[in-house]
Design a protein around this ligand. Sequence first.
Ligand code: HPA
Length: 282
Amino acid sequence: MKPYKKLMKCYKSLTSKVDFKPEIAIVLGSGLGHYADTEVDVCATLDYADIKGFPKSTVEGHKGRFVFGNVNGVPVVIMQGRVHYYEGYKITDVVLPARLMSMMGAKVLFLTNASGGVNAEFNAGDFMLIKDHISSFVPNPLVGQNIDELGTRFPDMSDIYNKKLREIVKSSAKDLGIDLKEGVYVQLTGPSFESPAEIKMLRAMGADAVGMSTAVEAIAANHAGMKVCGVSCIANLACGMTDNPLTHEEVQQMADKAAPKFKRLITECVENISDAINSGKV
Ligand code: HPA
């Protein structure tokens, strides 16, 4: 099925089950799934499996559902679990949920993830505001017939992680006393972790953190006219930077450990971003 047809099918299925207009869309990365269970005044939930045509998430530790509700009065839609390219989905399926949340009315997409630190000054457990990305190692989600209903054929990507939103995230972290690094995120396909030589290459290219998600979602969201921001939890130092082999469990454990602080940051950001939207500053 063509991406736009599939998207409309999902949209119709979703809106026939849930009537909710979000202001902000949030994607929860590894370790953060519980945010939706503890920090949100939940109005409705919808399993991805119950949306006709929706790609399903299969990775352990990722729940697959939308949560609709309010974070301190701000209407949000949350993806509890995302769809990864390494699971075997087409890249257009990977970005379908982000497009869907845009169609529901969300103006801002707040992306979170767990990543490997490439910058030698980072430590496991750090948070990094994504200031830009390198997506050149994964297929572009806009390849194929352009969906004119969503956006233009050749969209600009010069402010992909919106500058005003970045300032809000920075000041929110400062207010909470949370140390926030800033850097460039590079998306690779995974699912294997990188080799030491690849990490050296990525560092030489200007990457600060590496992961297997996020950049393509940011591209599709920008294309659809959303404003995007992203925060990454540095769950481990990338391959070759320590003597230990990397495991998914290690990544998950550090992401879980950082989750309470991450949750506070997200809530503070949601409130401040909503204020900025409603006063016309974003
Ligand atoms: N590499 C790629 N993706 C990741 C990593 C990593 O080291 N850690 C968490 N996600």
